[in-house]
Design a protein around this ligand. Structure first.
Ligand code: SF4
Ligand code: FES
Length: 244
């Protein structure tokens, strides 16, 4: 904080708590000093350092790139590392993502998110466009393969996922649509079969909450609609979904 910054004010954080073996979950209150640039993740780490070292949460990159700090803040899905605390009011409620089993406190079982993706989704991807890399001869430029940071916010926001564990959810269907856009050696028929399952694209209720929640402009709802179009027409390719 610079000398020009206003002094921090105190905000009351209500933080969801649960440890294995507890009879149930609860909210713990913490008074936290918050300045104009304090993020929710900063505040939670302050609690860890100064009030309760047992508070469990996930984070890594601090800049909306790794997808690990997803949670619900005042009832809305958010990446805690880029969510400022100051505009959120005097009481800030922090909960784990919904529709994903809670392991402890704010940590959910992301393995159950990743397991929803089609088997054809590769595990090694270029996540960013390298700014100074020189493309090899014959290639104009590198392009980002995926915008999805696999944060799970869309799954948490999805009203269908709230009522059905079987539904594969927005991120997995968006990934399938990307594979049809650019198959990279994958058999499109397998993707269509996977997406056409009763737990797939037709299960969506078109609430568009996933697109609203997505911090990475993947537009999963639009991709699910494109998948449905391909399924209805029996097409091996889909309409391209461009960033909105
Ligand atoms: S589609 Fe968006 S909200 Fe869903 S996991 Fe990917 S980046 Fe997160
Ligand atoms: S810490 Fe990586 S997205 Fe928030």
């Amino acid at each position: 904080m610079s000398a020009a910054d206003p002094l921090p004010t105190t905000r009351r954080f209500r933080v969801y708590r649960y440890k294995r073996g507890d009879p149930g979950w609860r909210f713990d209150p913490f008074e936290v000093p918050v300045g104009p640039r304090t993020t929710v993740l900063d505040a939670l780490r302050w609690i860890q350092l100064h009030r309760d070292r047992t508070l469990a949460l996930r984070h890594s990159c601090f800049h909306a790139s790794c997808g690990t700090c997803g949670m619900q803040v005042n009832g809305r899905e958010a990446l805690a590392c880029v969510t400022l605390a100051d505009p959120l009011g005097s009481t800030i409620t922090v909960e784990p993502l919904a529709n994903i089993p809670v392991l402890t406190d704010l940590v959910v079982d992301m393995g159950q998110v990743f397991a929803r993706f089609p088997d054809e989704i590769g595990t090694v991807r270029m996540s960013e466009k390298p700014s100074r890399a020189s493309p090899p001869d014959g290639i104009d430029t590198y392009e980002r393969f995926e915008d999805c940071i696999e944060c799970g916010l869309c799954l948490s926001a999805c009203p269908v996922s709230a009522t059905s564990d079987a539904y594969v959810g927005p991120a997995a269907l968006a990934a399938a649509q990307r594979l049809l856009e650019e198959p990279r050696g994958v058999d499109p028929e397998r993707i269509l079969d996977w997406a056409g399952d009763p737990a797939g694209a037709w299960r969506c209720h078109v609430a568009f909450e996933c697109t609203e929640a997505c911090p990475s402009n993947v537009r999963p709802a639009e991709r699910i609609m494109a998948l449905r179009g391909a399924l209805a027409a029996g097409r091996r390719t889909v309409a391209t979904v461009t960033p909105g």
